[in-house]
Design a binder for this molecule. Structure first.
Ligand code: ADP
Ligand code: MG
Ligand code: MG
Length: 210
């Protein structure tokens, strides 16, 4: 079964819900190795996206994702704003004019989005950034697609991969963004942006389980 237009809208709604619920948690993570604003940033951004949901009803998936990206760009700010925005704006390309996504199309969408984040932020593996979760998510989804799994099963596996990858950032030393100013003192704390990626994948899994 394909991921439907309605489930994409539900995904964004779930993002708004989860970022609201976890705003303090994310901000607390950012207090340890950053400037204590990450949860506030994400919550503000997705609240604005939520306000746009009614106008998404008659639009194709690409248009929805593009508007989401533009909305995040003007509302999140900081280092993560342009990066999460880029994810959606790039993810809009392979989904232009589509109303449903098969797993291979979802893989393409996420792969494009993550390539956008990497080309913008220039993160490398183990730099302790959101990319350290995005890459394992892409790998997990590709693997699930090769095995012809259902989208539901693919997302359930991607969620597990994301959670594990976010835990793995604890042991890393930050080499990008604000946390890198701390040098070795950034070790021992979970990367806030990585925790946000986990929530985005959880939101997508929720949208299909709803
Ligand atoms: P700021 O650091 O400007 O306050 P946020 O707190 O909203 O921005 O976001 C911080 C998160 O952004 C980090 O936890 C990290 O995951 C992510 N990040 C920072 N720089 C980069 C980068 N160059 N590439 C990928 N992700 C990055
Ligand atoms: Mg911050
Ligand atoms: Mg900031």
């Amino acid at each position: 079964m394909a991921l439907t237009h309605a489930q994409i809208i539900l995904w964004l709604q779930q993002c708004a819900l989860l970022f609201e619920k976890n705003s303090d948690y994310l901000t607390d993570l950012d207090r340890e190795i950053g400037d204590a604003d990450h949860g506030l940033n994400m919550n503000r951004g997705f609240r604005k996206v939520q306000e746009k949901l009614p106008e998404f009803a008659g639009q194709d998936i690409g248009t929805i994702l593009k508007t989401t990206g533009m909305t995040l760009l003007s509302n999140i700010g900081g280092a993560s704003g342009p990066l999460f925005s880029t994810f959606f704006i790039r993810a809009a390309k392979p989904t232009a004019s589509l109303q449903n996504l098969e797993l291979n199309q979802l893989v393409e969408m996420v792969t494009e989005g993550v390539e956008g984040i990497v080309s913008r932020g220039k993160a490398e593996p183990n730099d302790k950034t959101m990319c350290d979760v995005w890459w394992p998510v892409v790998e997990s989804l590709k693997h699930a697609n090769e095995q012809n799994l259902s989208i539901k099963e693919a997302l359930s596996q991607a969620q597990v991969a994301a959670e594990k990858a976010a835990e793995n950032t604890i042991a890393m030393q930050a080499r990008k963004g604000r946390a890198s100013y701390l040098g070795e003192r950034s070790i021992g704390h979970k990367d806030p942006g990585s925790a946000s990626v986990v929530l985005m994948i959880q939101a997508l899994a929720n949208s299909i389980n709803a």
